[in-house]
Ligand binder design. Sequence first.
Ligand code: AMP
Ligand code: MN
Ligand code: MN
Ligand code: MN
Length: 294
Amino acid sequence: MVSHGDRVIHFWIEYNGRMSSSHDLHTHSTESDGTLTPSQLVERAAAAGVEVLALTDHDTLSGCQEAAAAARSAGIAFWPGVEISVSWSGTTIHVVGLRVDPESAPLNRGLAELRDHRQWRAEEMGRRLAKRGIEGAYEGARALSNGRLVARTHFARFLVQTGVVEEERKVYKKYLTPGKPGFVAGRWAALADAVKWIRDAGGRAAIAHPARYKLSNMKLTCLLKEFRAMGGEGLEVISGSHNPGENNAMASLARQHGLLASVGSDYHGPESSWLELGKLPKLPVDVEPIWQGW
Ligand code: AMP
Ligand code: MN
Ligand code: MN
Ligand code: MN
């Protein structure tokens, strides 16, 4: 027999389980292209009311240990994660792995290869920018990365700091996107490999910020079908880089394809974020959250 009080409690748990504002499952630290250290990120998230945080640095798990310790001190839950760079059908796609084992050997081997490729790409970007008269961009980006992996983000920051371009958004448009002088197409992981590494590490894979790729409906459908057939389980329905219409459209796609819904700000730091931590719209009630069963 369930008493009235139990029912209230069950309703409360169910309701809160769907409140996405307390989950932020896509964030970056100084271990990739964020500007806060893992500890600073965790402290800021806790202060903003985040109850469950995942750190998902690009192609590395190196911040997870520090973040986990900081989360224990701050009294919030922490899920180790990663954002894997994938090349799929001529496009770069990002796949988030959540609740992965940071010690997983196959995952760490795969990520190490991606970081090697990233290093080559960063040097090549530097050479191409130098041909356009922009000297020292690789060294500058490398210095801004504090010896961690170098992303286009570090190049963007360097070109703004040195006055070559007024703002970061314009750097991508002028120099760092396909067809532009500093762009070097990455040859990233195969989608199937990224999904397999995440699953081998005990985690769930989700397609990050699906509305950002500007894929046609047909191509996006194709991606989601392939992804699901490979063992991918989630779609980032709510992203700091989506507008409200895109969040709704992605919720429909998650339902249509039987994918679990994830939620993440894609936070990169106080000065360069789409959205503040802990300020995410709620997940619609008719999608299943990716933390279902966890
Ligand atoms: P990479 O993985 O080195 O190609 O760098 C990708 C990162 O660059 C993304 O995770 C963002 O942090 C950043 N980025 C890419 N495009 C843009 C953009 N248009 N505006 C702001 N940041 C961007
Ligand atoms: Mn980034
Ligand atoms: Mn991304
Ligand atoms: Mn990201």
